[in-house]
Design a protein around this ligand. Sequence first.
Ligand code: ADP
Ligand code: MG
Length: 584
Amino acid sequence: MTQIFDNPADFADEALDGFVAANRGYVARVDGGVVRSTEVSQGQVAVVIGGGSGHYPAFAGLVGPGLATASACGNMFASPAAGQVYRVAKAANAGGGVLLSYGNYAGDVLHFGQAQLRLNAEGIETRTVLVTDDIASAPQDQLEKRRGIAGDLTVFKIAGAAAEAGMSLDDVERLAIKANYRTRSLGVAFDGCTLPGAAEPLFHVPEGHMSLGLGIHGEPGISDHPMPTASELAELLVGKLLEDKPDNAGDRVVAVVNGLGTVKYDELFLLFGKIDALLTKAGLTVVEPECGELVTSLDMSGLSLTLFWLDEELEQLWAAPANTPAFRKGSMSPRVLRRAELLEASSEAEQEATTPAATELGALAVAVLEEVRATIEEHEESLGKLDAIAGDGDHGIGMRRGVEAAAAAALAKPGAGVGRVLEAAGEAWSEKAGGTSGALWGSAIIAAGQALGNRDGYTREDAAAAVRAFTDAITNLGKAEEGDKTMVDALLPFRDTFLKEFDAGAPADVALEVAAAAASAAAGATASLRPLKGRARPLAEKSLGHPDPGAVSFGLIAERISAFISSNHIISTRAAQVPEGAQA
Ligand code: ADP
Ligand code: MG
């Protein structure tokens, strides 16, 4: 039970403020997380980690020389929003590129992925290495589906040490991928954890039992067992992990016994002794192990064992010194504090001067967002009902939260051009919507905004580029394909129809009208598909006969925007205003 707070809704933020106050020699607060407060050598790769709060020392406690450069910190057990990751990464960037590394969870993948697209679009080279160490979450032939738990530590440590050694982004990425491949974990839980302010734990483990392979947010485990003795538990964990050895594992291994929140250090040490003996008996050499709280889960009663299989270069990096609030190894020379202005400058968005014509177009973008908001409000209930058939019923409310935040953010940028209006709107959408569709819509709107920029006028080619950017953002991030029964099944017909009309010489408003009709028709046709992506996947049968909610909302929005543009003669009026000499 978490008892110390004023308002539970502010828990994560206030805990982070206090953490920074207690560790000013290590970290400074930036919008969205923390960044090292000490100087980083110019050209060094920035290792940006992060995830939900409630896992201390992951993630903010692992920021410091020899380990992470910065951490994006979300709400309790919730991914940081894309905008937060983006701002934290910008503050961390020292000119050597950015490596994003975090546990493999759908929400984090979407938000960090969206931040990566934005950073790359701005010329800050950014790569991602996901941590996938939990052997309970998927079989060995589907490593990429595994989620990340205590293996965060070994992967972050290797990436951080490689960056500290001055290695290139290519090398830091390669080593982090290798470290992840050679890191395997398995956890057990004896009792659930409770979010601040909640009356009940998120889940329970039956009295006198232990749940094997339960995730750090209470995701279901593999099996429940009567509570074993320490020796039996050590044998179970070691046995399962040795069965899951990576190829070319070798015989030198780091063992990490990690407490999840309320298991006493004495108990962890007792267990560690038995694990160490078993590994030695199996002919392995245990190298520089760790035993303590490294990736926790609030007040969860449970623990995990991680085995990190070393090779020569990994062993050197694992042994390298590090100095962070929660993880210290060897000795490091003291670091000079970074100048505060540098941090502030990097978190402030640059303002560019906007002309009156660009401002007028920006206001038009605000009006379009307002139309989108109205559409979603009209259909909120029916979208929610549609999502409840095979999903979790939140599509209506999620879209409304997203679009309301987007419209408000857009309004708060008076005088801005189209690009800045859409970037602010997309960021707010993904931050406030929650859910898969929010992250996808947010990043697509940002991408369209970046494609359009803050210009004085737009051509048909610009419209086509924006449609392409919008579509690519969704397919690149969500990775859904045609036929998976997602919004992509309405989006691709929309894009293809638009571009076909466009190639045939249609004006943009006509192309939009035909494309919107195609999107609606395609959304309706998703009724006959089985979902292969997203939350509806496990309930595929129920979904048959009903269209996909995300495809339906996309169709509705496309139709509404098209109607708004035609009825206000927006595009044709603009075309008539093209300066003399330019194409009409
Ligand atoms: P959540 O699935 O997180 O509850 P929503 O209910 O708001 O989020 O949105 C559900 C919709 O998101 C689905 O109907 C589908 O159209 C869309 N969706 C889910 N996963 C993907 C994906 N990987 N790519 C594209 N669209 C997706
Ligand atoms: Mg949903």
